[in-house]
Structure formats: structure tokens, C-alpha cells
Design a protein around this ligand. Sequence first.
Ligand SMILES: [Zn+2]
Length: 50
Amino acid sequence: MMQPKNYYKIEGDTLKRLKVTCAKCGEGVFLAEHEDRRSCGRCGYTEYKK
Ligand SMILES: [Zn+2]
């Protein structure tokens, strides 16, 4: 499975994901970043940040 490098960035010693893949749509569909949540523009899936 291909994981392009630019979807990640290193912050200190933590590997941080810049793009989150939609759990429903799968690979290739990313969730849009919002202040308190991430949402999928395709299926409407929403993931709330803790
Ligand atoms: Zn989706």
C-alpha cells in the first residue's frame, strides 16, 4: 500500500498525520480539517477531535 511521504510530517519525535483517510470511503478519500472535527465531503462521515 502506498503512503506518500508528504501526508506526514515529523514534529519533534512524533510522526503526525496531515491527512486522515475516511474510515468509510477508504484509501484516496481524505477528511476535511475543521477546528473541532474532521469530516468527509463524500459520505458525510464526521470524526470529532478529543
Ligand atoms: Zn467518506
